[in-house]
Design a protein around this ligand. Sequence first.
Ligand SMILES: Nc1ncnc2c1ncn2[C@@H]1O[C@H](COP(=O)(O)OP(=O)(O)OP(=O)(O)O)[C@@H](O)[C@H]1O
Length: 702
Amino acid sequence: MAQLAISKDFLAEFTTLEKPVQKAVREAISRFAKHTHAGLHLEKLRNSRDPRIRTIRIDRFWRGVVLAPESGDLFCLLRVLPHDQAIKYAMSRVFTVNTVLGVLESRDEEQLRAVGTALEITAEDTSDRLFSHVKDADLLAFGIDDKLLPLIRHLAREEHLDALAHLLPPLQYDVLVAFAAHMEPEKIWDELSKNLVDAEAPASVDVEDLATAIQRTPDQVALIEGPEELQKMLQPPFALWRIFLHPMQRRIAYQPSYPGSIMVTGGAGTGKTVTALHRAAHLARRYRHDDGTPILVTTHTKSLAAELRRQLDLLIEDPKERARVEVVHIHQVAMGILRTFADGWQPTPISRRDLLQEMSTPDAGPADEFVLDEWEQVILAQDIRTLDVYRKVKRRGRKAALSPELRTVLWGAIEALKERLRAMPPNGCWTFTEIPAEAAGALVRSGSHPYRHIVVDEAQDLHPAQWRMLRAAVAEGPDDLFLVGDPHQRIWQHRVAMRDTGVNITGGRTKRLTISYRSTQEILDWARRVLGLVTEAELEGWPNTLDDFESPMHGRRPIVRRFADGDEEFDAVVEQVRGWLAAGVEPGAIGVVARVRYRAGDLQKRLRQSGIATEAFGATGHAVQVGTMHDIKGLEFQCVAVVEVQEGMMPHPRAVVPEETDPAAHSESLQRERCVLYVACTRARDRLHVSYHGAPSRFLPR
Ligand SMILES: Nc1ncnc2c1ncn2[C@@H]1O[C@H](COP(=O)(O)OP(=O)(O)OP(=O)(O)O)[C@@H](O)[C@H]1O
């Protein structure tokens, strides 16, 4: 039985083809899949560098390129390209199995030869050699192909190695960079192992066994079960993330079992959500329990949960497996728990804004944001239930001392506020932070665990009461909680120290993703500077995801522009959006962001008046999308314009705790505002346009 494989490049190219060409590709594949044994329809090229390369005719203009070993029965679809490009690619490529790491590699032999000749000439002028300190045996022991040794021995300087960056197989290039930097062998192995599915190099490698090599290269090539599965993959919606996982993502998502909770962190766009979804799929597939206790996938907001649901529907095809997973946002989790474990009680929630309005009536007492913060971020966060405890407790995350007397006054004010809330018609109100606290209490009292496993996306945005609720909702044990998050993208919550979450992720229970799949390196470099320096103490036990995270994609540096006033700035945004549209960017791939809702509304109006169709984030996807920096979380766009990044707007005064109120809370709230801007900027894949009028925000890199 023939085996089929598909490369990421092939699928990526296929998705961009026009519909009739896609149809022709599907037909060609199905013709060829029916006759694979005879190798029918595959054309051999004379003098190709790799004798196993074939092409397949799609139509007069398009060709597929296939890797088809002489013996064995594996056929790997590599590319789909216009005729001449396909032939050029097919003639010049060589596919090999890395002799030590066992992964499938390819290189452009023709270009390597050309560059090699040039390097040889350069090397004649100098006796310096970049790798004179390394023996051949050591290079070979790290998987360097012996055929590449002559070329490598000619390299005199690091720039020469840089010139080979896109010509050498990536892992071999990484090894050479590490040797050039005089890295210790163990350190080199550590770096390499991040890119291996099995964490360690295989005991032996069969360089003829392409199928095994493909399994070790899941970010580039995937084995497909058969022609039907392949045809299904070639139907929209195409989602590369469903099929091609980075080895690290795969290793984390598909580890058969973890002894307890796991926290996966990574910078913006490193595939945390993708990894969480695959983990949920894995848990659903290997579900072996008779009682039907569901698996929960949850996140902070309703819109993010809806997106997770949509993606999980794509990933888990078997309806029986899909039915095992419940995807709801965290508030709905709390309401569900209360329905079941508090006699059907469904509290009416009240938003912070409504609460502040309610408090600002004349008889509300010391009704201000400080009281609310104290209630939510100290009392509910630390689960303080009596005045006695509150009078003595250390208020975590706060620096300014509060005397026991003042605490008594505050406690009284909060109790009075609670009473007023409970008296609100028709059945009283509860805050969004009280509700999970109630749910956690109900669970603890019942001793029940309504979920078998819990997967959490955007875990950094959970309040301690929500952490407690989730902790109580699943029995402690193997695969209880799988959490993904990034402390630098905390935009809703105050900082929560890892030790206060009740979740044990110590002792190797944190995993790190380090390759950004979304933004270019230029955007990441710039956005990282928005965050400024973050100290270990500020991270409170969360791993620092800013170290050691990069993108393989490159592009233009972000543009930062200053304007005299808001009108001029909005005009420039209109021009920028027009420019992107004229360059062929789809309207739905453009995002325009403001810090606050009313300015997002003004922007939307201005764009519309200029004849540009707009809509809110996450609507149909057919018009330019406009919204706030909080709304854009979880989305991504080819081009993003971030508007009004000026003092007075960013940081937004209402979001910042005054320094005199509490210096620790003040600096934390400022950092949260930095995160809000960082999140908005890292939604851009290729282009980022940032603008302001007046004084530039202190967060803008200089
Ligand atoms: N292995 C992969 N192959 C192809 N695309 C991928 C892969 N992993 C992630 N992506 C894509 O990269 C983008 C970012 O992924 P994802 O949203 O999972 O990252 P994230 O770490 O959760 O991001 P953030 O924290 O910034 O919200 C998405 O478009 C996703 O489809």
